[in-house]
Design a protein. Structure first.
Length: 183
């Protein structure tokens, strides 16, 4: 919005000056050379005075801005909190390369059977030794091993399971919680 007293420049010419009046769509200005000229509102643009700009800069409190920069900003990720006495959950990688030195000659059925049997042995061991939670790393792939693992874990009454920490494992791991019964 252009008002009387504003400093303006003409868009298509090297003319600048102060606004004397604004009527309808026309702006009358006094140029820096002392001439009075009339232009349409869409032919001029309002420019800020350098004096006003200096006043705006002087109002900025530099010490306040420096204090804001000194305050450490909270980190954007959530770190997994662990108590001092909490023991890290054992991780078991079910990738076939970790289970056998050479998979040559094994069918997909043989590989899946070996992986599920290994998972079952680790679950039974954790239950016997009262280990409260374990993590199975199964990878993403086509999801066949994950679905077999879910089926296996679903057969136990004293087990809950869910996807493991996404930040650490992505979608390729399952965390197993073993409910301990009083003996």
């Amino acid at each position: 919005m252009i008002t009387k007293g504003d400093r303006v420049e003409v868009l298509d010419d090297a003319i600048s000056g102060r606004v004397l009046s604004v009527q309808n769509n026309q702006v009358t200005i006094e140029t820096e050379d002392g001439f009075t000229m009339t232009f349409f509102v869409n032919e001029v643009i309002k420019v800020n005075d350098s004096n006003n700009l200096l006043n705006d800069i002087k109002r900025i409190n530099v010490s306040e801005i420096a204090k804001e920069k000194e305050i450490p900003k909270p980190r954007s990720f959530v770190k997994e909190k662990k108590s001092k006495h909490e023991i890290a959950a054992p991780e078991f990688d079910l990738h076939i390369e970790k289970l056998v030195p050479n998979k040559r000659g094994m069918s997909n059925y043989d590989i899946l059977t070996l992986q599920t049997e290994t998972a079952k042995r680790h679950i039974e061991f954790a239950i016997r030794n009262r280990i409260p939670r374990i993590i199975f790393i199964h990878g993403v792939g086509e999801g066949i091993l994950k679905s077999e693992l879910d089926f296996l874990l679903g057969r136990y009454d004293n087990i809950d399971f869910r996807d493991a920490n996404y930040q650490k494992y992505g979608l390729g791991a399952t965390e197993v919680f073993i409910k301990q019964s009083a003996m």
